[in-house]
Design a protein around this ligand. Structure first.
Ligand code: URA
Length: 231
């Protein structure tokens, strides 16, 4: 703990002792105290976007048209993370807006959630040339921003779309067929991998497994909500 923090805690302790001496033994938690004050390391998505700026941290900035930051509900309980922007996303600056994106929207709606209620992001925010796989230095440059988005949103569950997203988030090289439909954790947040919608467009017979994974997500969220309400 650094000296400043020690001083803040000591001041706070003295102040609480002073209040106690005045007969005040409990404090109302004001809704005006923003999360920023309580946890200064947690920002807003707008802060994260601002920090990202006109990012030139990796070579993808040379070929991208637009930074695809992510979109959706800042308070989403469910977050989807894909691989990286493709052509349509690069043009529009929004994640999952091409053919695979349209299928993702249907997948989300299959559990009675409008797309606007979830948050959608990618492992990397700039389109790789010819949609090649993202390279390790590109992932490394982008990862701190994705992690900040996750920490701001604090979803209850993350659905990793496809092998690339699942393996990157879970730091594993286990095959997606073995990962999908299982629950993992990242910084205390549940992670469930499933197949990427682009893979489903090429292999429609695998859609059933994704519907099953989505049902698991819905069930898990319902249980979490029930527990939250009864707490
Ligand atoms: N594929 C992805 O992984 N992400 C997108 O945003 C679009 C297609």
């Amino acid at each position: 703990m650094d000296e400043n923090m020690r001083e803040v805690i000591s001041d706070l302790k003295s102040y609480l002792q002073y209040l106690k001496g005045m007969g005040i033994t409990s404090l109302p938690v004001s809704e005006n105290i923003s999360e920023k004050v309580i946890r200064p390391e947690i920002l807003t998505l707008a802060d994260v976007r601002k920090e990202l700026g006109d990012c030139k941290r990796c070579k993808l900035h040379q070929t991208r048209r637009t930074i695809v930051f992510g979109e959706g509900n800042e308070r989403a309980t469910l977050m989807f993370i894909g691989e990286g922007p493709g052509y349509d996303e690069d043009v529009q600056g929004r994640p999952f807006v091409g053919k695979a994106g349209q299928l993702l929207t249907k997948i989300i709606e299959s559990i009675n959630l409008p797309r606007e209620d979830v948050y959608i992001a990618n492992i990397i925010k700039c389109r790789p040339p010819q949609n090649r796989n993202p390279e390790p230095d590109e992932i490394e440059s982008c990862n701190p921003f994705l992690m900040k988005q996750i920490r701001v949103i604090q979803p209850k569950i993350i659905c990793a779309l496809g092998a690339f997203a699942a393996q990157t988030l879970l730091k594993t090289d286990t095959k997606i067929t073995a990962l999908r439909g299982k629950f993992f954790e990242l910084e205390g947040i549940k992670v469930i991998p499933t197949y990427h919608p682009a893979f489903l467009l090429r292999n429609p017979e695998r859609k059933r497994e994704v519907w099953e994974d989505m049902k698991k997500i819905a069930e898990w969220l319902n249980n979490a909500q029930r527990k939250g309400h009864s707490a």
